[in-house]
Design a protein. Structure first.
Ligand SMILES: [Zn+2]
Length: 255
């Protein structure tokens, strides 16, 4: 089955950045049917709230991967909304000129914070998607910077013109799936955490297969296991093909 992986970190805490390592990752991925990977960058190498200079270095690393494998990697520009509009626009414009096709957000702030507004307006103006790290953090102090599905869904509601990927189905679980209903601009990815039986089936039942995108979160997770969550689930073949490939193909305008 053909696969597009919308959530990867080929370089992670500095590991995996040499050409032989990248060659190996691409060859192994292709052997599993993966045609393309969205590269989100080495997002935590400088801590949760990177400076403009640190962001630039991370995005430059992604640009190197795109230069080596332009048909395989798709770059998302990693940004820190707390740095303000000028810094956001500057780094985003630089990355878009290099062929990046989306924005990645991690844990610098919560998705419901006001600092998101200039970034989301820029995403809307350029018509590019935003991938937001999301986890079940309701009632936990970490929610200050780790967005809960309530926060990411609120973001999608506030900015209906921006396509948002709420990352980590296995991190936000059943409640996140329910929060994601009735938000046509919100997609979920299947990445992260340990798999458990029935969750893909539940997401397909509640959301339909069209807003579910396959993601792995490599190298934190193993590719074969992440693919198996979808291929081994009790959904029909056409839904599997949508989740693993055609939804992302449409979402990323790859036609
Ligand atoms: Zn990730």
């Amino acid at each position: 089955m053909k696969i597009i992986d919308v959530h990867t970190h080929p370089v992670f805490f500095g590991k995996g950045k040499t050409k032989p390592e990248v060659d190996q990752l691409v060859a192994y991925s292709k052997s599993l049917g993966i045609e393309k990977m969205v590269c989100l960058g080495d997002v935590l190498v400088h801590g949760p709230c990177p400076s403009a200079k640190e962001l630039r270095a991370i995005n430059e690393q992604t640009r190197q991967l795109l230069a080596w494998y332009p048909k395989f990697f798709i770059g998302f520009c990693y940004l820190n909304p707390t740095l303000g509009e000028k810094a956001i626009r500057g780094e985003l414009d630089r990355c878009l000129a290099e062929g990046f096709q989306g924005i990645k957000l991690e844990i610098a702030n919560n998705a419901r914070d006001a600092v998101m507004t200039p970034l989301m307006r820029a995403a809307a103006a350029h018509d590019i998607p935003v991938l937001q790290h999301t986890w079940d953090t309701l009632g936990k102090p970490m929610r200050k910077t780790h967005s809960d599905p309530k926060d990411t869904c609120l973001l999608a509601r506030r900015f209906p013109d921006v396509k948002i990927i709420m990352a980590h189905l296995y991190g936000f679980g059943l409640r996140g799936v329910l929060e994601a209903q009735d938000l046509p601009n919100l997609y979920i990815d299947t990445s992260s955490c340990l798999p458990f039986a029935g969750l893909i089936e539940y997401a397909v039942e509640k959301l339909g297969p069209e807003r579910i995108l396959y993601g792995s979160d490599i190298p934190i997770r193993e590719l074969g296991q992440c693919i198996g969550r979808v291929t081994g689930s009790d959904i029909d073949e056409s839904a599997k093909r949508k989740i693993l490939y055609s939804n992302a193909h449409t979402f990323l305008n790859l036609a």
